[in-house]
Design a protein around this ligand. Structure first.
Ligand code: HDD
Length: 706
């Protein structure tokens, strides 16, 4: 068809073919082109693209042509965007930062990172949930992964840990079974990101070694308020090796300077609906605001003699060493201060490996760790598609590296020149690298003898004593949460025999707990406890370090207050509250009946951060309700406003309020006599008092009043 008329503009090309008017571009006013100051769009081959809105067709309404190399390349690439998600820890969020060494510790380890005070080493961290798929919600009741990579001057060192210091199983051979049981059931593909189902508890109830971990996962540790408010643990016993080859055993612990804090279960369930990205958004916001989270790396070090005397085997990953017995000494701090430029490039493609150790750090024979050392390397091949994943920038060391490994899919840097083997006789200029006896990684020599046997040491046999110790180390509130969690989870189990078997194990841990759970589940006759391989040691002392609530940070830094206002509110009071919060390192968000145009008492119009149904109180650590006479009745008529207050109350939050807020409280059905968790604020002094209360994070005493 002959081209009749070309009415081209820089935005849109309008072309008339025969009777039809056709467009290049998208035909609309909004069409943008490089001529407006943007970079020129190209194909992957660098060819400038004239039209990214329309495929090449045979006539305006004809079939798309194979010849359209731009279209083909675009679709081809899109079709291949996904890589397999991690088989566990699929949902995660990463951040960059640095590790700053405190005092050098050459007496313990020759690891280069620990040799110079004040030296900063780049790190990348990825936090994750374990069971859910990549798109699952952040507040699943689940263990959190806490994987840290140090880009040291002597290579990459990864501590691939969790926010819990022990694990479910003792031997890596059971890992596939554990994960199959925990993830969605294979026939129905649910539940997603939840352990409240038959397969998980069936497996748990048949694995007494998991009982210590069961106590931890039923505690508030598995519903953290923020990724910033979690401890991290390397779990296994590792070796530190000094210049003379002397070995010291160690556990690695990360202690958040922000303190440890969790949500209550009802809050977790609701946050998953209101903001499934709650944890990642929180980390993103904190880092963008410059409120960089920090953790201290602590070592619990001990020698062979301690290991021999300790009641449990230090090679057993279902056991911990109480900090009261071996103190955790800080050796440096980690600061997270930068988000990745691109999520996929860095967070998704980072390939942590327990096998990544540097000179001065060594493995022990912990059978879980030994198995992990195979699994992490192996899994990267599947996920990242070839053996060259270390060529991806996030996985490449930041120190010089030279080796003769070559070729394979997606190879980015092969050796230069002729020599791709050694020994060779090409000399240092052209002959490539050689080993360094001085700087190289030396495995510490260790005696090993004995028959090949598929067995387990009897020192691994006590499965209940530390589970009991964990339970008795908790406050009453925390113990209640454990019982509630067990009742909730087991109530979702269809088979009564599984519920009963699990309660049987609890009898070894704490009889009252077993009783409460049995009652909660309506079990009439207490099941028999399974036979314990060794008697439970009831003499283990409570360890305060294992409790969250015994270690409340006593500050409100890094926390967030949601301020709910109604039309006619006192803007000065809100400004004072905001200023007070900022003084203690907290932030505020404004919530109102509308997102924009909420009126102050002075008749000013103010924009909000959230409209009431988009800013529920579950998203905040404490709340304030600053009513304005004019609009309080209208606000009280809104169900989400009443829910805001009711949830803050039932989640034990501190609430600041003014006189004008009372009609909303009445409509919500709060008790007439407000408890001490409610702080009336009308001036700076009272605001200070409110913020002082907030330091204890929750008003747990409200529980007793209920
Ligand atoms: Fe694992 C990922 C932590 C036992 C096999 N694991 C993975 C991640 C963390 C942990 C944090 C995510 C890393 C990331 O963010 O990319 N895993 C642990 C801890 C364990 C543990 C603390 C016990 C102490 N893991 C464990 C065993 C095996 C694995 C016993 C297998 C024998 N883990 C894997 C894996 C994953 C993984 C399949 C999946 C994705 C990946 O490695 O990179 O290889």
């Amino acid at each position: 068809m002959a081209k009749k008329k070309d009415t081209s503009t820089s935005k849109n090309k309008k072309v008339t073919y025969g009777k039809e008017t056709v467009y290049q571009g998208n035909g609309g006013e909004t069409h943008q082109t490089a001529e407006q100051g943007y970079e020129t769009l190209t194909t992957q081959q660098g060819i400038p693209v004239a039209d990214d809105q329309n495929s090449l067709k045979h006539g305006p309404r004809g079939a798309t042509l194979m010849e359209d190399f731009h279209f083909r390349e675009k679709l081809f690439h899109f079709d291949h965007e996904r890589i397999p998600e991690r088989v566990v820890h699929a949902r995660g969020y990463g951040a960059h930062g640095y590790f700053e060494t405190y005092d050098p510790i050459p007496e313990l380890t020759s690891a280069d990172i620990f040799q110079r005070a004040g030296e900063k080493t780049p790190v990348f961290v990825r936090f994750s949930t374990v069971a859910g798929n990549k798109g699952s919600a952040d507040l699943a009741r689940d263990v959190r992964g806490f994987a840290v990579r140090f880009y040291t001057k002597e290579g990459n060192w990864d501590i691939v840990g969790n926010n819990i210091p022990v694990f479910f199983i003792q031997d890596a051979i059971k890992f596939p079974d554990l994960i199959h049981a925990a993830k969605q059931e294979p026939d129905r593909a649910f539940p997603q990101a939840a352990t409240a189902h038959d397969n998980f508890w069936d497996f748990m109830s048949l694995m007494p070694e998991a009982m210590h971990m069961v106590m931890w996962i039923m505690s508030d540790r598995t519903i953290p308020r923020s990724l910033r408010f979690m401890e991290g643990f390397g779990v296994h016993t590792f070796k530190l090796i000094n210049e003379d080859g002397k070995v010291t055993f160690t556990k690695f612990l990360w202690k958040p300077k922000q303190g440890v804090q969790s949500v209550v279960w009802d809050e977790a369930v609701k946050i998953n609906g209101a903001d499934p990205d709650f944890h990642r958004r929180d980390l993103w916001n904190a880092i963008q605001m410059g409120d960089y989270p920090e953790w201290e790396l602590c070592l619990q070090t001990f020698d062979e003699k301690f290991a021999d005397q300790f009641e449990f085997d230090v090679l057993d990953a279902t056991k911990l060493i109480p900090e009261e017995l071996v103190p955790a000494k800080p050796v440096g701090k980690m600061v997270l201060d930068r988000m990745p430029d691109n999520f996929f490039q860095e967070t998704e493609q980072v390939a942590f490996q327990t096998g990544n150790v540097v000179p001065g750090i060594g493995f022990t024979n912990d059978p879980l760790l030994q198995g992990r050392n195979f699994s992490y390397l192996d899994t990267q091949l599947k996920r990242l598609g070839g053996p060259n994943f270390a060529h991806i920038p996030i996985n490449a060391p930041k120190c010089p590296f030279h080796h003769f490994q070559q070729d394979g899919h997606m190879s980015m840097h092969n050796v230069k020149g002729r020599a791709n083997y050694e020994p060779n006789s090409w000399g240092p200029e052209e002959g490539g690298p050689r080993e360094s006896v001085e700087r190289g990684y030396h495995t510490q020599p260790e005696e090993a003898s004995g028959p090949k046997m598929r067995v387990r040491s009897e020192r691994f046999a006590d499965h209940y004593s530390q589970a009991r110790q964990f339970y008795i180390s908790q406050t009453d509130t925390e113990q209640e949460h454990i019982a509630d969690a067990l009742i909730f989870e087991l109530s979702k189990v269809e088979k009564a025999a599984i519920r009963e078997r699990l309660v049987g194990h609890l009898l070894h841990i704490d009889k009252d707990l077993a009783q409460q759970v049995a009652e909660g589940l309506g079990i009439k006759k207490m099941p028999k406890p399974p036979q314990a391989a060794v008697p439970v040691n009831e003499d283990l002392k409570p360890s305060d370090a294992l409790s969250i609530l015994k270690n409340v940070p006593n500050h409100f830094k890094g926390r967030k207050i949601g301020i709910l206002v109604s039309d006619g509110f006192d803007a000065q009071l809100v400004a004072d509250l905001k200023a007070g919060a900022e003084r203690v390192g907290a932030t505020v968000a404004m919530i109102g009946p509308r997102i924009a145009g909420v009126m102050t008492a002075d008749g000013e119009s103010m924009d909000m951060d959230h409209k009431i149904d988009g800013g529920p109180s579950i998203l905040f650590d404490a709340v304030a309700v600053i009513g304005g006479k004019k609009g309080i009745d209208a606000l009280a008529a809104m169900p989400p406003a009443r829910e805001f207050v009711a949830n803050a109350y039932s989640h034990y939050k501190f609430v600041a309020y003014n006189e004008a807020a009372l009609p909303l409280f009445n409509k919500t059905g709060l008790p007439k006599r407000l408890d001490e968790g409610f702080v009336k604020v009308s001036d700076e002094k009272e605001i200070k008092r409110f913020l002082e209360s907030c330091k204890s994070l929750r008003f747990w005493k409200r529980k007793d009043a209920a």
